[in-house]
Design a binder for this molecule. Structure first.
Ligand SMILES: [Fe+2]
Length: 280
């Protein structure tokens, strides 16, 4: 049997998708179509706009989980108090059991680069990032999940593999992990490591959520594009993750060429079928 015990006493949410404006109407009219929805936090931190207009309706019908893209936990900048205060309000409003962001840096000296850039895998960065995660997690009073990013370059300063870096930060910060299975696959191809070695190094009790997504295979490298259906190689890696991590809430990320809701739900059904087949 796969290990089922998770840290932080968080619920298993099942199978979800990312909430995107093109699906607002369909999801509100068919509230039973997915178990839960992940929302991009920043879209709901604005003073107004379409997303905020719909927030109450979605809160009533779905479990929403905020997922951020601009915390920039690895940045040299101080953490942004205004951002954190707004995010805490959103986490409270959605009654979310956790919140998440990426192991990366994306801003420097007030300039946002709109990219999730990797860090050097060193002891000093482990100390720095884990201490910042502790501050954020304490402030939010909710479990924080750290997500592995896809990458295309590495630092010559790195002294360990990415998975050791990720795990040591999670343990030192005492936070959870959001494993992006597609990102593991993409980086394994770009850097030539074994994705199974990555999965085998991760402590199961910290893995609270998965991301699954499509990528663009350019042959000599792989681009984490989120604009294709999930590819077979990623489904295969997901199937190998299930016995390691047990029941772990999953969502499909699709950010470009977003298909009609029924098509995305077919992919979600496929994820459920793989889970059932592996755990049967
Ligand atoms: Fe992701």
């Amino acid at each position: 049997m796969p290990p089922q015990r998770k840290k932080f006493n968080v619920p298993y949410l099942g199978f979800g998708i990312g909430l995107r404006p093109v699906h607002y109407k369909d999801l509100l009219e068919n509230p039973l179509s997915v178990d839960w929805l992940e929302i991009i936090s920043e879209n709901f931190l604005l003073e107004g706009g379409r997303s905020l207009y719909y927030l109450d309706a979605f809160c009533e019908q779905y479990q929403l989980v905020p997922h951020g893209v601009s915390l920039s936990i690895g940045s040299a900048n101080p953490l942004e108090e205004t951002y954190l205060t707004k995010l805490k309000k959103l986490i409270t409003k959605t009654k979310s059991p956790w919140f998440s962001d990426h192991l990366c840096w994306s801003n420097y000296k007030g300039k946002s680069y709109h990219n999730l850039m990797p860090l050097p895998y060193t002891d000093a960065i482990i100390d720095y990032v884990s201490q910042r995660i502790r501050m954020v997690q304490d402030f939010m009073e909710k479990p924080f999940l750290l997500e592995n990013v896809s990458s295309y370059v590495e630092f010559t300063d790195s002294t360990m593999p990415e998975w050791e870096f990720l795990v040591r930060i999670a343990e030192k910060a005492d936070c959870g992990l959001l494993l992006d299975i597609n990102n593991i696959y993409v980086s394994s191809r770009n850097h030539g490591f074994d994705p199974l070695a990555y999965l085998n190094a991760i402590p199961p009790e910290r893995v609270i959520q998965y991301h699954i997504a499509g990528h663009d295979d350019k042959g000599s490298y792989v681009l984490d594009s989120h604009d294709h259906p999930v590819r077979d190689e990623v489904w295969e890696l997901y199937a190998k993750a299930i016995p390691l991590f047990g029941n772990t809430s999953l969502m499909i990320e699709r950010d470009d060429h977003i298909p009609p809701l029924p098509d995305l739900l077919k992919e979600l059904e496929y994820a459920k079928k793989i889970h059932q087949d592996v755990t049967r």
